[in-house]
Each structure stands twice: as C-alpha cells, then as structure tokens.
Ligand binder design. Structure first.
Ligand code: PLP
Length: 412
C-alpha cells in the first residue's frame, strides 16, 4: 500500500462511478456488453489543443495510426491533425477511408513489399524509405507504373532518445538508413526521378523526460542540417519523430510540454537559414490517444488461493497485451485499475486481478488495493487508448472480440 500513486485520473466520476464523456461506464457495459474499449474524443481534442497552444505554426502534428486504428477514432483524427503516418498498406487503406488526404500521409516501415509500395505510389502518399535497396526498388516500381515517387528518407540517427521505453533509433537497427550512409544516398537523389520531400528521423518512444525529448529534437535538427544543408534538394518537411510518453505506472507523471514548444520556437530561429519555411513534423501516437481510452471488463469469479484474493475477469491479455505486461516490458508493473462504480473510495483489500486465459501471463493487476469487489462488478483500466486491441493476440484461446466505441463530444 506504500506504492507511489498513479497520475491523477482524467475522467470524471459521479457518486464514485466512472464516466466516459457523459456516459457512466455501468450504462455502457449494459449496452455494449463486456469487455469493451471506450475512447473519449474530448480528451483527444484537449491533447491536440495543448500541443497547438505551445507549438510554432511551422510544426505539424501527425498521428501514428498504429497506436489505434479504430475507424471512428481515425476519422475523428483526420479532421484535427495535419496528417498521419501509416506502417502498412492495410493502415494506408484505413487512413484514406478515414478521410486523410494523400499528401498528408506518410508510410514508414522496414519491410514494405512491392505490392505495398505500389499501393503507396498509386495513392500518391509520401514513402519514408528505409534502405538504399528500398529506394532502388521504389524507383523501379515508379518507372513501371509511370508514377513519380514522393519520397522522404528515414534516417537511423547516431543517437537515441534517452529514457525511451522502446529503442527505435541509434545503434544497429532495422529501421532507416544509418546517418553515416545517408550522404552517399542523398548525393544520388538528384539523379533519380523522384519527388524528394525531406527526412524522417525517429529517435524513440514513450519518454517521460522533457529534457531528453528536447535534446533528441535538437539532435534531429542538427543531423538534418548536416545531411541537407547545401545538398541542393528541395525541402518540404523534416519529421523529427515524437517520443512523447504518457504515465502508465505508479510514480510516473504527465509531461509538461511547454518547454518543448519554447525550444522548437528557438530551434526554428536557429535553423531558419537552411530550413526556410519547410515544415517540421511531430509524429505522435500514444500521446494523442493513449489517455483517452479505457478498457472495461466484468468480474466473473472471486476466489481465495492460499491467502490471496483473486478477481477473475472476462477480459485480459487477449484484448490488452500491454496491460498484462507482455508488450515489451522488462519488469511487469500495474496499469491504473479502478473498481468502476467505487472510484475514489477507500481501499479495503489487496487483490490480484486475472483474465480468463489459461496462462499465468494473463494478469490485469498484481496486488492492487481496491474497495471490496464482487462478482458482476466492473474493472476499468485507464491509459488504454493506444496499443490496446490493435497490439493484442486476439485469437489466443478463442474468446470473442471486445466492442469498441468512440464517445464523441460526450456522446456516442
Ligand atoms: C510507433 C511509432 C510512432 C508512435 O509512437 P508513440 O510512442 O505511440 O508516440 C511514431 N513514429 C514511428 C516511426 C513509429 O514507429
């Protein structure tokens, strides 16, 4: 019970009941059945506004579709951010259906097949090229189809975002072209019949250190300058990555993004000479949608085993792998979990919360302090709007899929 607390809840509660927008989760559960995911558009809107308030207008916000490709949510994003980043032809199709216009879509990913490159060429989106070989393949396919490829080079920087939850830049990586190899490729670009857009420099993900984020952004711009200044290429955008994290675990705090905005204003001044009015792009997934989502599951059984109480729920790792600690965590920690009709009430017992799967990995909460919970009660897990359903092994053990719902403007 002496654990540090989770970051404060962003959803409203009334008489102890958790609300998603204007909807009590208990009513949502009646209607949708359990388990389900609900996403509150107002929290997404608030997040975007917070960013717009501090960012220079030259900095665009892109949504990383892989964080949550739920179609209504994607359509919602299409009207509010400046573009999106997809990582497969499947995501590209979803992004186009959601209403993103092709010139605002970019496609990164280390293993783009010919069919995917052709789909991207035909849609006329920007393709973030990940290797010299891919660039060659793309140029060839473009020639074949008679379409001039719109290309950005993804660079694997020689540094990484410190304190990052997932390492995606720096060192030997499957992603991007090593910064050291980039100059030779950039020299050849003029000779290729491609529409060069700029660079994509992704340094890492899920960082809660503003200092590290600022350092990585500054490093990305310096690297871009080194590669592009005097290269004689037209310059439209530099994607400087994202990496902004959200607090998942006890003791973690929300980022204050004001210093990042200040720094970007400053960086744009410093780099004005070579950058001109090319756009900077921040590509964000979890920071935009992660805190807007809740996963709700019902307690099916309550039992005691050798002195410990277990609540067994109808949802678990097959819907929410990250919650169970099996999506890239080294040491499992608890997400914030709430007894959905008694939020904020004093804890009465320590429980283990376990899903319905026949594996000890299906953990929703280990030694969590909760008010007394009974069979039929609802458990709500916040911080579940990103890498939830989309990143889970839904076929494992053959349980049904959960419902998903976007609560837009407080209502469905
Ligand atoms: C996954 C990914 C993102 C989004 O990461 P978040 O941590 O969700 O913000 C952004 N850019 C690239 C290249 C990615 O692979």
């Amino acid at each position: 019970m002496t654990q540090p607390p989770h970051a404060p809840l962003l959803f409203a509660t009334r008489a102890g009941t958790l609300y998603i927008g204007e909807q009590p989760v208990t009513a949502l559960a009646e209607r949708l059945g359990t388990p389900f995911y609900a996403y509150d558009s107002r929290l997404i809107e608030l997040r975007i506004k917070e960013l717009r308030d501090v960012l220079p207008s030259q900095v665009q916000i892109h949504y990383a579709v892989k964080a949550n490709p739920f179609p209504p949510l994607l359509s919602y994003m299409a009207g509010r951010v400046d573009g999106c980043d997809v990582a497969s032809a499947g995501e590209l199709e979803k992004a186009l259906e959601a209403g993103f216009s092709p010139e605002t879509i970019s496609f990164a990913g280390p293993g783009k097949r010919d069919a995917e490159l052709m789909a991207a060429l035909q849609a006329n989106i920007t393709i973030n090229v990940e290797s010299a070989g891919e660039l060659e393949r793309l140029a060839r396919l473009g020639e074949m189809l008679g379409i001039r490829p719109r290309v950005a080079l993804r660079i694997n920087p020689d540094f990484e975002l410190k304190g990052s939850g997932m390492r995606m830049g720096g060192g030997a990586k499957p992603f991007g072209i090593d910064a050291e190899q980039a100059p030779a490729i950039i020299r050849e670009i003029n000779a290729l019949d491609i529409d060069f857009q700029g660079l994509h420099i992704f340094t890492g993900s899920q960082s809660l250190s503003m200092e590290a984020i600022i350092q990585a952004q500054s490093g990305a711009l310096n690297l871009a300058r080194m590669l592009l200044e005097g290269a004689g290429l037209p310059l439209r955008k530099i994607n400087i990555g994202g990496g902004l994290g959200i607090p998942y675990f006890p003791g973690e705090n929300r980022l204050n993004i004001k210093p990042m905005g200040d720094q970007l204003h400053h960086l744009l001044e410093t780099h004005r000479g070579w950058l001109g009015d090319a756009h900077l792009v921040l590509e964000l997934g979890r920071f935009l949608v992660g805190e807007a989502g809740v996963y709700v599951t019902r307690i099916v059984d309550r039992k005691v085993s050798r002195g410990e109480t277990f609540l067994i729920t109808d949802g678990g790792m097959h819907h929410h792998l990250a919650l169970s600690g099996n999506l890239g965590q080294v040491i499992r920690k608890n997400y914030p979990v709430y007894l959905a009709h008694r939020v904020g009430k004093p804890a009465e017992e320590i429980v283990n919360i376990h899903g319905p799967l026949c594996t000890p990995l299906d953990v929703l909460g280990h030694k969590v302090a909760l008010p007394r919970a009974e069979i039929g009660d609802l458990i709500a897990v916040t911080q579940s709007g990103a890498y939830g359903l989309t990143a889970s092994p839904v076929h494992f053990l053959g349980h049904p899929l959960p419902s998903e719902v976007l609560i837009d403007g407080g209502h469905e």
